[in-house]
Design a protein around this ligand. Structure first.
Ligand SMILES: [Zn+2]
Length: 355
């Protein structure tokens, strides 16, 4: 790689740009200017971080696409929509994030439960829910599916709701913490098919990517998803990222780590692990550490870092993600590690093909 011509992909600078080393600092200043959060104190006053110095791919960095051998970190940012409800504060925080990070496409794991919690004849309520969801969607986003086993959703799908087992180890009268994996394959298929129909009726299109509530997916869930035309699952999560014990996570994902990369499941789906977990469970520093670990583990290969948050807790936890993305972009720029933001469906097949 010629030192005077580094092609770095700085997503917040509207795509790939050519910069030289002397342009790095102005570029970084430009990168951070429109974003309201201060730089993380640990980064202020530091020179180029040295712990990533040895991690640049041999042969240098290019800005070409991964199909052409592009080597870098694909950062996937996803949103789990719990189906529980909407709070103005969360939606406002969500919209501010979209305004401040316009080049970060999101994968929305949407939930049909926003509509089944309404009375069937409540058309106004359904339109209102759709409008609130649409207020934070942007061009380039992906609509996926998220399912919790809430009674009203399961019942509407023609399946008998369960109160137990739950990942809280207590009977759950709402069903929200009952793992989808506790239902039979046929029952899961009914719930998934109903959820897809509901989202389609509301104009969101048919999802192809999936994340199970509480990351509880297993063989019956994967088979049901494949039968319903899904191509990607993103339910794998490293159980070490979740404090304490959490249902069957360790049994369902025994090999999950913070650097797990996309792979094919036996059902034929591509698994895109949620290796960086969601902001409710990990701090900004842990997200940045996760980035460093993914870079370290994936040297010479394209790699995925999955981060995200919940719509229902956006006001509380989005600040963690905002801080983490700013620091990740800065570190990547200073270390000449190319990063780019992608949605789940786009990284799935691309990365599987490259391995
Ligand atoms: Zn969830």
């Amino acid at each position: 790689m010629r030192a005077e011509t580094l092609r770095l992909l700085l997503p917040s600078l509207a795509g790939a740009i050519l910069i030289t080393p002397t342009e790095v600092l102005p570029a970084l200043q430009k990168l951070t200017t429109p974003r309201p959060l201060a730089l993380p104190p640990a980064l202020l006053g530091s020179v180029v971080p040295t712990d990533l110095d040895s991690l640049r791919p041999a042969g240098g960095v290019t800005g070409r696409g991964s199909r052409d051998g592009w080597r870098g970190v694909h950062v996937v940012v996803s949103v789990d929509w719990e189906g529980s409800g909407f709070d103005d504060e969360d939606l406002a925080a969500f919209r501010r994030f979209r305004d401040d990070f316009p080049d970060v496409p999101l994968t929305h794991f949407l939930n049909a439960a926003y509509f089944t919690r309404l009375a069937p004849e409540d058309v106004v309520g359904a339109v209102c829910a759709s409008d609130k969801i649409r207020s934070v969607l942007r061009d380039g986003d992906e609509i996926g599916l998220h399912v919790h086993s809430d009674n009203h959703l399961v019942y509407a799908a023609g399946v008998t709701p369960k109160k137990f087992p739950s990942w809280n180890y207590l009977p759950d009268m709402t069903g929200h913490s009952v793992p989808l994996s506790a239902f039979s394959e046929e029952e899961v298929r009914q719930i998934v098919a109903f959820s897809c129909r509901t989202l389609e009726q509301q104009g969101f299109g048919r999802p192809k990517s999936f994340r199970a509530g509480g990351w509880h997916a297993g063989t019956s869930v994967f088979n049901a998803l494949a039968a319903e035309g899904f191509t990607v699952d993103s339910s794998e999560v490293p159980y070490e990222s979740i404090p304490g014990t959490f249902g069957q996570l360790q049994e369902l994902w025994p090999d999950a780590t913070r650097v797990s990369q996309p792979y094919y499941l036996e059902s034929g789906l591509v698994e895109v692990p949620d290796n960086g977990c969601l902001a409710d469970y990990v701090t900004a520093d842990q997200m940045v550490d996760n980035f460093k670990e993914v870079v370290r583990a994936g040297i010479g290969k394209p790699a995925v870092l999955s981060l995200g948050f919940h719509q229902e807790t956006a006001a509380k936890f989005l600040p963690r993600l905002r801080s983490a993305l700013i620091e990740i972009e800065l570190r990547a720029a200073m270390q000449r590690i190319p990063i780019r933001y992608d949605v789940v469906k786009d990284v799935a097949l691309t990365l599987c093909k490259s391995r």
